[in-house]
Design a protein around this ligand. Sequence first.
Ligand SMILES: [Zn+2]
Length: 164
Amino acid sequence: MAIRNIIENGDEILRKKSREVEEINERILELLDDMVETLHKSNGVGLSAVQVGVLKRVVVIDIYDGKGPIKLINPKITKTKGEVELEEGCLSFPNQYAKVKRAEEVTVEALNEKGKKIKITAKELLAQTLQHELDHLEGVLFVDRMIPGTMEYVDPDNNQPVKE
Ligand SMILES: [Zn+2]
């Protein structure tokens, strides 16, 4: 396993659409393991392959609920319900947070690392993270969904919002 570099805002790869995974081979399994390690090292809740420079429809999520990381291949949102306004950040936008509108509940279908079809219905943080990471696969970033005027920059040294 290895920590991969997280690509930050400004790199045009973040705007590209990721491709379907056709075969779950050693390279994909290694990518998934590296992504989980990179996610944990960054204290994030979700990471998409494009954020480590790989344009494949691969996502890892860990909301630290004791159930361990979720690894998703070719995920799709198949159902949404309701709407909520939430505070959101992104590992590609260090120290930046904004309010976004998200569905309150989502159902996602995907393959797991064994190639088995899985279906997740989620609310709260897991629903938010699924929507955020699946957006990355389309080249969509949370700032695209930002409620205007809600962006905050947090000083990483004292964790306080910085006034511009
Ligand atoms: Zn992100």
